[in-house]
Design a protein around this ligand. Structure first.
Ligand code: HXC
Length: 289
């Protein structure tokens, strides 16, 4: 879809890139020429991912173990990167989540998610953004959200609340930082199965039906998400900012509609319904004389 040098020499930081969606996006950035900084909590996983990417593409991948909940560690890490040269892009991908009835959550359980998603993502965005402003360097921020930012979602309330806050951050900072050449967008992926997310959100291991129905009749393909993440990171569409883009096969629009379940009706059932509607129209007309 893109020229292989689209992101050549860009320096991009992807949080939580040791596994899952972060690793997939990092791979695609490297394939298009970017040098990478990847961080996450597990050093061994990061090291493996960094080696794997460097072996495949002619780019540098720096990895460092970092918990984004620790605000000072985040700022020190970003400071060290900028000592060499500014970053060009940041992908806020690191997250935490599990399904649970909200009444059974402890306050510590709520904090475990909110501290990673809501606080940690802000720390990272702030540490990078303020340095871009200081150094008058343009940059692109992409946060990985979910479609729950528009619909809310039962059983994942700490995540839905936190990601909604980041949706507001995306809109607010696009407006506040536009004058500095910083674009701020977000992606709201629907079901893109990855081991980490699926084990926590779909522990029964079924085919994804627990996630609701997708009009396209399938889960997302990783290449589709990678292409969107690369398009948003590249130069050439800077006027696109402050947006959260859903990539979910129209799942959330369908699930939210009053008539979504009509999707299941057969042609015969539709014919019966048409007949019933026509007969009640005819009766109405007769009643009106
Ligand atoms: C109820 C739970 C729980 C669970 C943890 N807690 N798991 N409560 N149900 N399944 C509670 C604990 O009991 C404890 O509270 C508190 O949370 C802290 O637990 P810790 O295990 O000490 O927390 P921590 O080590 O910080 O772990 C963070 C974590 C964990 C988020 C809870 O799951 C984790 O590290 N996950 C890895 C990242 C991840 O989740 N990736 C998937 C992201 S998918 P008490 O009071 O008992 O002490 C995603 C969106 C996908 O974000 C969207 C798909 C459409």
């Amino acid at each position: 879809m893109f020229k292989k040098d689209l992101l050549k020499d860009k320096r991009i930081l992807v949080t939580g890139a040791g596994t899952g969606l972060g690793k997939e996006m990092a791979n695609h950035y490297a394939e298009h020429g970017a040098n990478l900084f990847i961080c996450g909590r597990r050093e061994n996983v990061l090291k493996e991912t960094a080696t794997e990417i460097e072996d495949k593409y002619e780019v540098n991948v720096n990895y460092e173990s970092l918990d984004i909940r620790a605000s000072k560690d985040v700022d020190d890490y970003v400071g060290r990167i900028f000592e060499d040269a500014p970053l060009d892009g940041l992908v806020n991908n690191a997250a935490g989540n599990f399904i649970s009835p909200t009444k059974d959550l402890s306050h510590k359980g709520f904090d475990a998610i909110a501290n990673i998603v809501f606080h940690g993502t802000f720390y990272m965005t702030h540490s990078v953004g303020k340095r871009w402003i200081e150094s008058k360097h343009k940059g692109s921020i992409i946060s990985i959200l979910t479609t729950w930012v528009w619909t809310g979602s039962p059983y994942v309330v700490p995540s839905a609340m936190s990601k909604s806050g980041l949706n507001t951050m995306t809109q607010s900072l696009a407006a506040e930082w536009g004058k500095y050449g910083i674009k701020v967008n977000a992606i709201a992926p629907g079901p893109f199965p990855t081991k980490g997310a699926w084990e926590r959100l779909n522990p029964n291991g079924d085919d994804g039906s627990v996630m609701g129905e997708v009009p396209l009749g399938r889960v997302g393909e990783m290449g589709e998400l990678q292409n969107l993440a690369t398009f948003l990171m590249a130069d050439g569409c800077d006027y696109l900012t402050g947006q959260t883009i859903a990539i979910d096969g129209a799942q959330y629009l369908t699930g939210g509609g009053t008539f979504s379940n009509l999707d299941k009706l057969s042609d015969d059932e539709w014919e019966q319904i048409r007949t019933m509607i026509r007969s009640s129209n005819t009766k109405d007309k007769a009643d009106r004389g």
